[in-house]
Design a protein around this ligand. Structure first.
Ligand code: TRP
Length: 429
């Protein structure tokens, strides 16, 4: 049985803050360490282009977010950690999904509708200042998810509608072209509270009330000192209810520490002292990660190398899958006889590729016809993924791929016509 796949994207449009850490980074890193789970985490930089047209900000945010996740303990060996724009199959899949998604469905997407409602309220043209990018946002997100056939997508509540749309896209595509996609599900962490910001409202970039996750110690201290409190004097009992300070503390502390802190509130702790305690508690958790963060920020080439390695892992899945999807929709080599019509080709029993490992430790594949007769034999590949990519090329480009792959194949055991017929028999499956 293959593992359960989790996938989530982070739009590269800002600097990670404590709310992002508590609400998404920390639980995601913890989830990625569970056995039997395959995790895909990516930097959604194509999504960032929808909101941001400042190149330097996109780059900076990409680095900050990547460094934050790595500093918080994400292990790039264990998960697939990549940048969306390093995987060109994603925009290609976006187009395939665009063609099976109702325009009316996108009209109802919250983000787009909110912009339209605002324009209408202001008596402007409903689509004033609305880009097609904003309109297409859910389709790009659907492609992110379906590209890797993710089962579970950890997101905030505001994203649930997008996951439902991705499910619909999976169904529409499967209905037309056969079972290719898994229907994804939103995974909402019920136990994770949203963190209040400096002013007591939800911590969010749009309220300008955030505490950056890796603010230097002195800045962290200053920001915590500025958290809004009521005017109760030292010695007066304080209420934990509705106290941003208390809620932030609870998100970092154990149950015992939290209970003790609540007791201190009842006993009339001074706000200044409570803030010191909060600062020390947060800094205790963050300081070791901060050192790693600062190192990565100063060595962006290390982050770049990790993202490249992640993209290679992602593409080892995406490239062959996309080749299969191209076949499925009919973007096929013209030298393939299946252009004559699937009905005729379907009568031919299907040939198949077999992948296996030899004693020399290398990975091989062969193409055999329906009766098991050998048609094509590969040489050794260093990994099963490389062998898979070669197979995908052959499936996609037919005989044309054989020339390109010449160095990786031993002699062909069949005539070009027989090979082509075998490939066609698979294409029309
Ligand atoms: N739209 C998501 C957000 O703003 C980010 C995102 C992009 C995403 N693609 C995704 C999340 C795919 C989950 C899966 O939070």
């Amino acid at each position: 049985m293959s593992a359960v796949r989790f996938l989530t994207g982070i739009t590269t449009s800002g600097t990670p803050h404590l709310g992002n850490y508590v609400g998404s980074i920390r639980p995601a890193v913890a989830a990625s360490l569970r056995p039997g789970v395959e995790s895909y985490y990516f930097l959604a930089d194509y999504h960032a282009l929808i909101k941001i047209d400042e190149p330097a900000r996109i780059r900076r945010s990409t680095l900050e977010i990547a460094a934050s996740w790595l500093a918080a303990g994400l292990d790039p060996e264990r998960v697939v950690f990549y940048r969306q724009s390093d995987v060109p199959e994603i925009p290609e899949l976006t187009w395939f999904l665009t063609c099976v998604t109702g325009k009316g469905v996108l009209n109802r997407a919250h983000a787009y509708k909110a912009s339209v409602d605002k324009n209408v309220a202001a008596e402007l043209d409903p689509d004033a200042e609305v880009t097609a990018g904003l309109f297409m946002y859910p389709v790009l997100m659907g492609a992110d998810i379906l590209m890797f056939n993710a089962h579970h997508v950890p997101v905030g509540r505001d994203q649930i509608q997008h996951i439902e749309m991705a499910r619909d896209m999976a169904h529409s595509f499967n209905h037309r072209y056969g079972e290719h996609f898994v229907a994804p599900q939103a995974a909402i962490e019920e136990s994770v509270a949203t963190l209040p910001g400096l002013d007591g409202r939800k911590m969010s970039k749009s309220y300008d009330n955030t505490i950056p996750l890796f603010a230097p110690r002195t800045e962290l201290k200053k920001l915590i000192t500025s958290i809004k409190t009521d005017s109760r004097a030292p010695g007066e009992a304080k209420s934990t209810e509705g106290s941003a300070l208390f809620q932030i503390y609870r998100a970092f502390a154990s149950a015992e520490e939290t209970a003790a802190f609540a007791q201190d509130f009842a006993n009339g702790i001074a706000w200044g002292e409570a803030k010191d305690r909060l600062f020390e508690r947060i800094d205790r958790e963050i300081a070791p990660m901060r050192a790693r963060y600062e190192h990565l920020m100063a060595h962006p080439q290390e982050v770049e190398a990790m993202l490249h390695a992640g993209a290679a892992k992602a593409r080892a899945v995406a490239t062959p899958f996309m080749a299969r999807l191209r076949q499925a929709v009919g973007l096929r080599s013209l030298s393939s006889a299946s252009a004559a019509g699937p009905a005729k080709a379907a009568k031919v029993a299907a040939a198949s590729f077999k992948q296996y490992r030899e004693k020399d430790g290398q990975f091989y594949f062969k193409l055999v016809d329906a009766k098991g007769v050998l048609l094509l034999q590969s040489l050794g590949f260093a990994s099963p993924k490389e062998a898979g990519v070669a197979i995908a090329h052959i499936k996609q480009d037919g005989l044309a791929a054989l020339d390109a792959l010449g160095g990786q194949l031993s002699e062909s055991h069949a005539s070009p016509e027989a090979l082509q017929a075998a490939l066609d028999s698979m294409a029309s499956e």
